[in-house]
Design a binder for this molecule. Structure first.
Ligand SMILES: [Mg+2]
Length: 376
């Protein structure tokens, strides 16, 4: 079996209602899929996290290194491609592009061996993943507190037992929003807060101390991801568990963050960290550093499927009668192609999502839908 073609597919949809994290405004949904075609007709799919057009350019640049190779040599391909590009980036687009390629190669391997990816990677600890609803962005031109609470009440009515909202819109505003959200949801729903590195150390510590009383599960990306010493300081000077890792790509960046004791919860994204091959290595780093691993997920059904296979193979740490299961991040913001590009949508039932059980990623791409969302 040989790789004969590597394509990227850009998916684009302009939003009628743009939404905001602490520092960015999402005016469109824009994602990049990777398609790898083999000479025997097997096709694998992957997805890259982050800027879709940059990822597509880097995947294109990497493609010539892979054409003609046996796609089952996933690790040698990963190592040789990364080695060619490591001088230009030990994190960022090199890793996000390589992630899409790596996931597509695992999809091919699964189809070739007629086995789900989680099986090829050593087997599943769980086949149903409890999910949390991600949302609560600030809708442009709307009152954040009101729209955030309405949205999260709806998610709980849908069956989610845990929700994550965006903060980073001012200390006072954020504290009031979190207080009102806890009152609206009652005591049994888990609440996570994500500042998307919109604060400095002083304000992050203020927020963490002020909202502890509202029983917050974790405080995500309080400050910029480069500031590892600040993460360590925030952990020491406020009471909430600190989570981060969606921008720490590759084993070296993550090892550095773990050596600095930056987080209580590490959040690598399969589509950014270097694909499923690298994600599996990150499991070992978390084990030896004794850090909880709860992956980040953001993208289409391809990213969701890859994330579910990753969740399936994360061992409980420790194995015990009352094991902690890492929750699946389930983005509930509007994205018309998230599920329509696959023949069978990945959905939750009462906040629980099954791991796809078919060969490879266990999904089938609806290719005619890809054309519907081509960038204009
Ligand atoms: Mg985040």
């Amino acid at each position: 079996m040989q790789i004969i073609e590597i394509n990227t597919h850009l998916l684009y949809h302009e939003l009628e209602q743009p939404f905001q994290s602490s520092f960015s405004t999402f005016k469109a949904r824009f994602h990049c899929l990777v398609e790898i075609i083999c000479d025997n007709g097997i096709v694998g799919w992957g997805e890259c996290l982050g800027s879709a057009d940059i990822n597509a350019a880097v995947v294109k640049s990497m493609s010539s290194l892979n054409i003609g190779h046996n796609p089952l040599n996933i690790e040698p391909i990963w190592q040789s491609v990364y080695n060619q590009y490591r001088d230009q980036g030990q994190r960022g687009p090199i890793h996000t592009a390589l992630s899409g390629i790596d996931i597509a190669l695992w999809d091919i391997a699964g189809k070739y061996f007629d086995a789900p990816i989680y099986q090829l990677m050593g087997g599943a600890y769980r086949m149903e993943i409890p999910a949390y609803a991600t949302g609560g962005f600030r809708q442009e031109g709307c009152d954040h507190q009101q729209s955030c609470i309405e949205e999260m009440v709806a998610r709980v009515e849908e069956g989610f037992k845990a929700v994550k909202i965006k903060i980073g819109f001012g200390v006072k505003n954020d504290i009031e929003t979190i207080k009102a959200l806890r009152q609206a949801l009652g005591g049994d729903i888990e609440i996570m807060i994500d500042a998307n590195h919109g604060y400095d150390t002083i304000d992050a510590i203020k927020i963490g101390c002020a909202v502890e009383q509202f029983n917050i599960e974790w405080f995500e990306e309080p400050v910029i991801p480069e500031a590892l010493d600040a993460y360590q300081m925030i952990r020491a000077r406020q009471p909430l568990p600190i989570a981060a890792g969606e921008t720490w790509h590759g084993r070296y960046a993550i090892q550095t963050a773990l050596e600095k004791n930056s987080v209580d919860i590490l959040q690598p994204d399969v589509c950014g960290v270097g694909g499923l091959s690298e994600a599996r290595k990150i499991i070992t780093l978390c084990e030896v550093n004794h850090v909880r691993l709860v992956p980040h997920v953001w993208g289409t059904a391809v990213a969701l499927a890859a994330g579910l296979h990753f969740h399936a193979i994360i061992p409980p740490m420790p194995i015990c009668h009352n094991e902690y299961s890492p929750k699946l991040e389930f983005d509930r913001t509007y994205n018309p192609f998230r599920q329509s590009i696959v023949t069978k949508p990945i959905e939750h039932k009462n906040g629980v999502v099954p791991v796809p059980n078919g060969p490879g990623l266990g999904i089938e791409i609806n290719k005619s839908m890809l054309k519907e969302f081509l960038p204009k």
